[in-house]
Design a protein around this ligand. Structure first.
Ligand code: ASP
Ligand code: MG
Length: 425
């Protein structure tokens, strides 16, 4: 059994839905995959925008109408018969969305966020389900929230692996005996029945959860790039594709910010030795990249850029050394405000850390620590990482940049600099 994951770009218009069908029919009929789908195109961004507007009591009707029109245009192209049940299914989701937006209250931002942002995947998976059926590709639409159990860490739900595995193993094998499954990425549910999301770009992780729980033969992530590249082609020139790469390499790349795979995706697969294929949905016949247990020689350096970074430094107020006590309060505050450390460096009387410049979180952190430290900060900055660097790759990236902080180990070189406009690098 295989798991397939289709991202937003692979279902962004009617043509893209037809292409998904083409890819699915490349499998022999006896093979019944689990298909995990993201929201169409940039729908999640649009949902975030309209939720923000509703929360601030601004007018969100235009954003909502545009999103509705976008979905309707695709559906009208795929389903010429106006009485097709897909229309009622979508209407139900849009009614829910409208009602939930109207009821948004000025508290509990994160909880309400999840109840609204999750609609994108419900819409896309319903369209895919109905479209495939209409083309004679019988399939079962599954509400993944009945299977993926999380806690109530809103916007970043933490998976209860035991309950999830038990629920998936209880029902899915019998369904898969008969039909392929179409389901959503990105969303789950608490024990109380509230919808949660797994963090932006979390559909890859959802697919890995299904693969892990079902001990799938493989997971394939269908992308608009030919495989796992050594850099994002939108940001860097002369990218190369890795043919085969070890789990650990891929985990590290995702950790440093390579956007091609969500950081939590690889680890569950590695635990069960399930290979992860990254392939182009435009050229499904091409080999792409396989991530699995393997030995390889030194691979081409990979270049990773995290934009919109904030460099914070904490100075003791009395010029005293930074002690473990100081570090402990800094780390506790970072953890409390859910800020992830992207880089850190300690010196005699200050401690510096680079985090995503998420303004509300950074402000809350500063407020918490302002009694204890003099806090300096600098943003927006760029954090570059070169994995498996050599002199040439280092020169290529650092030349002409004003570097504020750098760090290197034997394999990895990282530096923080002011943003430069000259993309691609
Ligand atoms: N639709 C969600 C997002 O855009 C999840 C995903 O696509 O992976 O973040
Ligand atoms: Mg995505």
């Amino acid at each position: 059994m295989r798991v397939y994951k289709f991202g937003g770009a692979s279902v962004k218009n009617a043509e893209a839905f037809r292409n998904v069908l083409r890819i699915l029919t490349l499998l022999p009929a006896s093979e019944k995959p689990v298909v995990v789908v993201s929201a169409m195109g940039k729908t999640t961004n649009a949902l975030e925008q309209m939720f923000g507007q509703a929360y601030r009591k601004e007018d969100y009707t235009q954003t909502l109408q545009e999103m509705q029109r976008y979905h309707e245009a695709v559906v009208q192209e795929l389903f010429p018969a106006q009485d097709h049940p897909v229309y009622a299914a979508l209407q139900q989701q849009f009614t829910y969305l409208q009602d939930t937006l109207t009821a948004v209250e000025p508290t509990q931002f994160d909880r309400q966020y999840d109840q609204i942002i999750s609609v994108g995947e419900l819409l896309s998976s319903l369209i895919l389900h109905h479209f495939l059926c209409s083309q004679g590709f019988d399939n079962h639409w599954l509400d993944c929230r009945e299977y993926l159990r999380t806690d109530d860490t809103w916007r970043e739900g933490r998976l209860d692996w035991d309950v999830t595995q038990q629920q998936i193993q209880r029902d899915l094998p019998a369904i898969l005996e008969k039909k392929p499954i179409i389901t959503q990425g990105f969303i789950g549910r608490t024990a109380d029945g509230a919808t949660t999301t797994l963090g932006r770009e979390g559909s890859d992780f959802s697919a890995a959860i299904f693969a892990y729980c079902l001990e799938a033969e493989s997971l394939t992530i269908w992308k608009d790039v030919p495989g796992l590249l050594n850099a994002d082609p939108k940001l860097f020139q002369d990218t190369v594709r890795y043919e085969e790469i070890a789990y650990q390499e891929a985990i590290e790349m995702a950790y440093y910010g390579a956007s091609v795979i969500h950081p939590k995706t690889v680890q569950p697969l590695a635990q069960k030795c399930i290979p992860l294929y990254v392939k182009s949905f435009l050229h499904p016949e091409q080999p792409g990249t396989v991530i699995r247990n393997c030995q390889h020689d030194r691979i081409a350096p990979s270049f990773i850029l995290k934009q919109n970074q904030c460099l914070l430094s904490f100075h003791t107020k009395d010029f005293g050394f930074i002690s473990e006590q100081h570090l402990s309060s800094i780390f506790q505050a970072l953890s409390k405000h859910r800020l992830k450390i992207n880089l850190m460096q300690n010196s005699a009387i200050s401690f510096s850390t680079c985090v995503d410049a998420d303004a509300p979180k950074v402000e809350a952190l500063k407020e918490e620590l302002t009694q204890e430290f003099v806090i300096l900060y600098n943003q927006p900055l760029h954090l570059f990482t070169i994995k498996n660097y050599d002199q040439a790759s280092l020169d290529r990236l650092t030349t002409g940049k004003e570097i504020l902080l750098e760090q290197r180990s034997r394999q990895t070189f990282q530096f923080i600099c002011r943003p430069t406009q000259n993309f691609p690098h």
